[in-house]
Design a binder for this molecule. Structure first.
Ligand SMILES: [Zn+2]
Length: 304
C-alpha cells in the first residue's frame, strides 16, 4: 500500500446517487491523514473503503454547503468514541463559524476529542508545525469557499555512496544532518557534499469554484490535484451560472498549474456515466482519473 494516496469516499455533488456518496476525501500521508469535505455518510464510507479514521489529524472544509460538511458531526463523534488521543484540527472559512459551531455540537455525546477549530479568513498558511503545512486560497463560490493545499517543505536526501566515501556512518549521519557539518580527525565533511536537495510534495484540493486564477494558483506545482468537475462542456452555461467548473475547466486548471496528476470529482447527478467528463478533461490534461467511490489514487512518486 503506498504511503501517500487519496481515498475517495464520495464523489457526488448536491445529492448522493445509488453509486456515489456525498463528497469525502481522505488523503493518507505517511502516518497521518487529512480528511477533506466530509459529506453525509462519510463515516460509513471510511469503513467500506477499509480506511481507518484514527489517523485523521486535520479536517478541511471548503465551505458549508451540506454536501461538503454534513458528515462532520459523525466523524468527530466517531473519533471521540475511538478515544483518539491526538488533537484534531478543523479548518474552515471563518465566515461560516456559526455552521461549524452547530455541526460541532449537533447531538448529545460524551466528548473526549481534543478538537482545535481553525477559522480561516485570508489566504496563507493555516496549519503549520507538522511534517506538512496546510495553506488556504480563497476560491470563487458562494458561500465563501477556501481551497486547501498540503505542502511538504523541501528537504534533502542523503547519498549513501557519498557518505561511504566520506567515511560517515552510524549516528554521525544524524549529527551531520542536524548540524550541517562534521569534524573528523583529519577533515571536515559538509552536508552538501553527501546529500542532494529533495523537493517537497504537494497536494491541492480545488472544490466548488467558478473558473479563476486562484484555482490555478492553488494547484501550482501540485503532485496531485483533486478538482471539482461538476458539469460537461454541453452544460457550460450552467457551470458559469452556478460558479462551478466543467471537466475541461478542471483539465485547464491542472495544465496551467503544471500539476502532475488530476482527479476530477463532485459530479452532478445528471451524468449517470462520467465517461464524457473524463474524456473532456483528458483532452486537456492526460494524467486524469475520474473519481469513483472507494477508489484509491496514489500520489505520484517523488520527482527526482
Ligand atoms: Zn458542492
Amino acid at each position: 500500500m503506498p504511503s501517500r494516496e487519496l481515498v475517495v469516499l464520495g464523489s457526488a455533488s448536491q445529492t448522493p446517487t445509488r453509486r456515489r456518496n456525498h463528497n469525502g476525501y481522505l488523503l493518507r500521508w505517511d502516518d497521518r491523514s487529512v480528511l477533506f469535505d466530509p459529506g453525509e455518510g462519510t463515516q460509513r464510507q471510511l469503513l467500506l473503503a477499509d480506511a481507518s479514521p484514527t489517523g485523521i489529524r486535520h479536517i478541511c472544509i471548503t465551505h458549508f454547503h451540506g454536501d461538503h460538511c454534513l458528515g462532520l458531526p459523525g466523524i468527530l463523534q466517531r473519533l471521540s468514541l475511538d478515544r483518539v488521543a491526538h488533537p484534531v484540527e478543523v479548518l474552515f472559512p471563518a465566515s461560516g463559524a456559526a455552521y461549524f459551531d452547530r455541526l460541532r455540537h449537533a447531538s448529545a455525546y460524551q466528548d473526549h476529542l481534543d478538537v482545535r477549530p481553525v477559522p480561516v479568513a485570508a489566504d496563507g498558511p493555516a496549519s503549520t508545525g507538522g511534517p506538512f503545512a496546510i495553506e488556504a486560497v480563497r476560491l470563487g463560490h458562494d458561500p465563501e469557499t477556501f481551497g486547501w493545499r498540503v505542502v511538504e517543505p523541501d528537504g534533502i536526501r542523503m547519498l549513501p555512496d557519498r557518505l561511504a566515501e566520506a567515511g560517515v556512518h552510524g549516528p554521525a549521519v544524524g549529527v551531520l544532518a542536524a548540524t550541517g557539518v562534521l569534524d573528523l580527525a583529519d577533515r571536515t565533511v559538509r552536508l552538501e557534499d553527501v546529500s542532494a536537495p529533495r523537493k517537497g510534495q504537494r497536494m491541492a484540493f480545488v472544490m466548488d469554484t467558478g473558473m479563476c486564477d486562484a484555482a490555478v494558483d492553488l494547484a501550482a506545482g501540485a503532485d496531485l490535484v483533486v478538482c471539482e468537475a461538476t458539469f460537461a462542456s454541453a452544460d457550460h452555461d450552467l457551470a458559469r451560472r452556478y460558479r462551478h467548473l466543467t471537466a475541461a475547466d478542471a483539465g485547464r486548471v491542472a495544465r496551467d498549474a503544471g500539476a502532475r496528476r488530476l482527479v476530477i470529482t463532485h459530479f452532478s447527478q445528471r451524468y449517470p456515466d462520467v465517461r464524457v467528463l473524463l474524456d473532456e478533461a483528458a483532452a486537456v490534461f492526460p494524467d486524469v482519473v475520474a473519481a469513483e467511490d472507494l477508489a484509491r489514487v496514489p500520489v505520484p512518486t517523488r520527482r527526482r
